[in-house]
Design a protein around this ligand. Structure first.
Ligand code: KG4
Ligand code: ZN
Length: 326
C-alpha cells in the first residue's frame, strides 16, 4: 500500500490442494504457505513497482487461525521488518475483514466467514464490542458442509450459491435457527442436520431446490439478527465482511435492508471479501491513521523491533477485543 491506495494484492489460493480432501489439512496448508510466501511477496513488490528498500512498515495476521499457517506468515513478516529496522504491525484476522469494507466508524459489523459469524458494535476504529456470535457452526462452514452433502466440492459456498440460482427457495421450509432468542446469537448446525436428514429421507430431492432453501434460511437468519441489532444500537451504518459477504442473495437482501431502513451498508469489493493480503494492510493503515497501538497482548506493542519482537506468539484462538489507544 501507499497511503490509502492498494498497489498490489497477490493471493496464492490453496483451493486445489484442499479440494481432494474436502477441506483444509492443517499441516499441508502450512507447508504450502512456506513454499509460496517468498514468491508471493516478490510478486507483490514487482506488481507495485516498489523495491524492498522503499517499504516502511510490514503487517501480518497474528491470529486467530491455524497455528502452522500463522507462524509462517508471522515469522516471515517479523524477520523482514527486523532486518530492515522498520515497524512490524500485528493484525487480528477479523480486523482485516472489517478494514476491507470500511475505514469509517461508528458502525455495526456482521462478520460471516468460514470460521466466524459474529456481530460487533464498533463505536471507534479498534474498539469492538461483541453483541453475539454463532453458538456452533459459522455461516461459511455451514455452506461448505451442506455443499459437501450435495456433492459440490470445496469450498462449497460459491458453488452452492450458484446452484441455488436454479432452484426454488420456498421448496423446503427449514426451521429458522434460534427463533425464540432475544439476544444476537446465530446457530447453523441444526439447519445443516436438517438438510442431511432431508437428503437421507428423500434421495430424489432436487439439489437446486435444497440449495436455494438452505441459502435463503441462512441469509434470512443473518438479516433478522442484524436488523434487531441495528434497532438496539441505533447505528445507521452497517458493515458486512468475511467470505460469506460475497454471497449474491445476502448482498441483495442487504441492499433491500439499506433502502427499507434508510441506513448505509458497506460490503467489501468482491476481490477483498474472501481472505487476502490487502485487507491486512488496510487494517494496519487504519491502526496507524487512528494512532492505535497494535494489540497490547503482542510483544511488538511492548518492545518494537528488539530481538524480543521475534518471539513466536501466533494466537490460534483470539477473540476480537478493543485495542488500547496510545
Ligand atoms: O473469510 P474467508 O475467505 O475465510 C475465513 O476466514 O474463513 O471465508 C471463507 C468462507 C467459506 O466458508 C466459503 O464457502 C464462504 O466463505 N463463501 C461463501 C461465498 N463465497 C465464499 N459462502 C456463500 N456464498 C458465497 N458466494
Ligand atoms: Zn477470513
Amino acid at each position: 500500500m501507499r497511503g490509502n491506495d492498494v498497489l498490489a494484492n497477490v493471493v496464492a489460493s490453496q483451493t486445489a490442494l484442499h479440494e481432494a480432501f474436502g477441506g483444509v489439512v492443517p499441516e499441508q496448508a502450512s507447508r504450502e504457505h512456506l513454499n509460496v510466501i517468498d514468491q508471493v511477496c516478490q510478486q507483490a513488490l514487482a506488481t507495485a513497482g516498489v523495491s524492498l528498500a522503499e517499504i516502511d512498515a510490514v503487517a501480518a495476521t497474528y491470529g486467530p487461525g491455524l497455528v502452522g499457517a500463522l507462524l509462517v506468515g508471522l515469522n516471515y513478516a517479523r524477520a523482514l521488518a527486523w532486518s530492515r529496522d522498520i515497524p512490524f504491525i500485528p493484525i487480528h484476522h477479523l480486523a482485516g475483514h472489517i478494514a476491507a469494507a470500511t475505514s469509517q466508524a461508528p458502525f455495526l459489523c456482521l462478520i460471516a466467514s468460514g470460521g466466524h459469524t459474529s456481530l460487533f458494535d464498533v463505536p471507534a476504529w479498534g474498539d469492538y464490542l461483541e453483541l453475539g456470535k454463532s453458538r456452533d457452526d459459522a455461516a461459511g462452514e455451514a455452506f461448505d458442509k451442506v455443499a459437501r452433502l450435495l456433492g459440490l466440492g470445496y469450498p462449497g459456498g460459491p458453488a452452492l450459491s450458484r446452484l441455488a440460482t436454479e432452484g426454488e427457495a420456498s421448496a423446503y421450509a427449514f426451521t429458522p435457527p434460534l427463533r425464540q432468542q432475544t439476544g444476537f446469537d446465530f446457530s447453523f448446525s441444526g439447519l445443516k442436520t436438517a438438510v442431511a436428514t432431508l437428503l437421507r429421507n428423500q434421495p430424489d430431492a432436487n439439489p437446486a431446490d435444497v440449495a436455494a432453501s438452505f441459502e435463503a434460511t441462512v441469509v434470512t437468519s443473518l438479516i433478522h439478527v442484524t436488523t434487531r441489532a441495528l434497532e438496539k444500537t441505533g447505528r445507521t451504518r452497517l458493515v458486512v465482511a468475511g467470505g460469506v459477504a460475497a454471497n449474491r442473495l445476502l448482498r441483495e437482501r442487504l441492499e433491500a435492508l439499506s433502502a427499507e431502513l434508510g441506513i448505509d451498508v458497506s460490503v467489501p469489493a468482491l476481490e477483498l471479501t474472501t481472505d487476502n493480503g490487502a485487507m491486512i494492510a488496510l487494517a494496519a493503515q487504519h491502526h496507524v491513521a487512528t494512532a492505535h497501538t497494535p494489540d497490547a497482548r503482542t510483544p511488538d506493542a511492548r518492545t518494537p523491533n528488539t530481538p524480543d519482537a521475534l518471539t513466536i506468539d501466533a494466537a490460534p484462538y483470539l477473540p476480537l477485543q478493543p485495542v488500547k489507544p496510545t
